[in-house]
Design a binder for this molecule. Structure first.
Ligand SMILES: [Zn+2]
Length: 357
C-alpha cells in the first residue's frame, strides 16, 4: 500500500531545533518569511453603499451622555470643570476651550489619600485630571494609559510635597502664614545640618515657630475676666487659654485635653533640644514633627471655630459637606454631598444645627 507523502510548500522545510541548533542562544534568529506579493489596497474609499442589517452606531454626543449619566456627583464634577477652565484661562490659545463631558473613571487610595481620575472631554480634545495629593491636568494624546499616568502623577506629587510647603490646607496656610514660614525654615535648617550645634539651632527655630503661632492666634478675648493676662512668651499658659476658647463645652473635653497636653509636651521637647549638646538628627526630626502637629491640630480647631460651620448634615447625618461661598448671602454655606441639603453658619459649632434655607 502506497503511503501518502504530503509535499511542504517552499519556506516550510522542517528544522530540528533541539539538534543542529542546540547551541543556539537567546536571542534566536527568526527565520525570514518568504516574500509575498504586495496586497493591492484600494487607494480611495468606495462610494458604494453597503446594504446590510448590521449597523455600527455612531458615537453618542457628549450632551446626550451628560443627560443620561446616572452615578455622577455634580458638585464634585463642577469643581473639576472649574479647575480645568481656570487652567486654560491662563493660556490665551485655550481660553475658548470648554468642557463638554467628564466622568470619574478610577479612584485609587494611596497612603490614605483618594486619588480620583477624571476623563475630561472638551470641544477641542481629551484630557485626564487627577486630584488627591495635588490636582493636575494631562493630555490624553501624551498619556494614553491612565495606569501609567497615575504612577507618574503620584511620583510628581511626592516630589512637589517634599518641597515642604508647610501645609496642604490653603485656609490654614493663610491664617497661620508666619508660623508655617518659620516651621519651613526649621525643616530646611535640619536638612542642611550635620553637627549637634546645628540641630540645637533647629530647636530654637521650633521655639520661634510656636511663639509665632501664639501671636497669630491668641488675643485678650481668650483670657477670662478673673484671670491675669500671661506674658507674650508664656507659651504653655497661652496654649491652655487657646484650647479652652477654641474647643469649649463638655463635648470637646477630650479635644481640649489633647491640645493642652500636645502643646505642653512639644514646648518642653523643643526647649530640651536647644539645651542638649549631643542632639541628634533624629531628635531634631521629632521636634520638627511635634511643632508641625501643634500647627495642624490647633489650626483645625481654629478654622472650625472661626468659620462656624456645621460638621455633619442636619438632615441625613453625613459628614460629606462641601463649603461654598455664596456672595448673595455674604457668607459660607455647606452643601451635603449625600442628600443635597443646604446649611447656613451656626453659632454653636459644638452642637451644629442645620438651618434649612
Ligand atoms: Zn445630608
Amino acid at each position: 500500500m502506497k503511503r501518502l507523502v504530503r509535499s511542504r510548500p517552499p519556506g516550510f522545510e522542517t528544522r530540528n531545533t533541539f539538534g543542529a541548533n542546540e547551541q543556539q542562544h537567546y536571542p534566536f534568529v527568526m527565520p525570514k518569511a518568504q516574500k509575498t506579493a504586495k496586497r493591492k489596497v484600494a487607494s480611495k474609499k468606495s462610494s458604494r453603499k453597503i446594504k446590510s442589517d448590521c449597523i455600527i452606531p455612531p458615537r453618542v454626543p457628549n450632551a446626550a451622555i451628560n443627560q443620561f449619566a446616572f452615578k455622577r456627583d455634580d458638585a464634585e464634577g463642577q469643581k473639576i470643570v472649574e479647575y480645568v477652565e481656570w487652567q486654560w484661562g491662563k493660556d490665551k490659545q485655550r481660553s475658548d476651550e470648554r468642557v463638554t463631558f467628564l466622568e470619574k473613571v478610577l479612584t485609587e487610595h494611596v497612603m490614605g489619600v483618594a486619588n480620583n481620575c477624571w476623563n475630561v472631554h472638551t470641544n477641542k480634545g481629551q484630557w485626564w485630571v487627577i486630584d488627591g495629593y495635588m490636582t493636575n491636568l494631562y493630555s490624553q494624546k501624551l498619556f494614553p494609559s491612565l495606569d501609567y499616568l497615575l504612577s507618574f502623577h503620584l511620583g510628581l506629587a511626592l516630589r512637589v510635597n517634599s518641597e515642604r510647603t508647610g501645609t496642604d490646607d490653603p485656609r490654614l496656610a493663610d491664617r497661620l502664614a508666619a508660623a508655617f514660614r518659620k516651621s519651613e525654615q526649621a525643616a530646611q535648617a535640619l536638612d542642611a545640618s550635620s553637627e549637634s550645634e546645628e540641630v540645637q539651632a533647629v530647636g530654637m527655630r521650633c521655639r520661634e515657630t510656636l511663639l509665632a503661632f501664639i501671636r497669630s492666634v491668641c488675643n485678650p478675648a481668650m483670657v477670662p475676666a478673673d484671670t491675669e493676662t500671661p506674658k507674650a512668651a508664656n507659651f504653655i499658659r497661652w496654649s491652655e487659654l487657646a484650647a479652652n476658647y477654641l474647643a469649649s463645652g463638655s463635648r470637646n473635653e477630650r479635644i481640649r485635653g489633647y491640645l493642652k497636653a500636645l502643646a505642653k509636651e512639644t514646648w518642653e521637647l523643643v526647649n530640651w533640644l536647644t539645651h542638649t549638646a549631643s542632639a541628634s538628627k533624629v531628635e531634631g526630626t521629632m521636634a520638627i514633627d511635634a511643632t508641625h502637629s501643634i500647627l495642624e491640630a490647633f489650626g483645625d480647631a481654629l478654622i472650625r471655630h472661626e468659620r462656624q460651620m456645621p460638621e455633619r448634615c442636619g438632615r441625613c447625618g453625613s459628614l460629606r459637606l462641601q463649603l461654598v461661598y455664596m456672595p448673595e448671602m455674604d457668607h459660607d454655606t455647606a452643601i451635603c454631598q449625600t442628600c443635597g441639603f443646604l446649611m447656613a453658619p451656626d453659632d454653636t459649632p459644638e452642637s451644629p444645627i442645620a438651618i434649612p434655607l
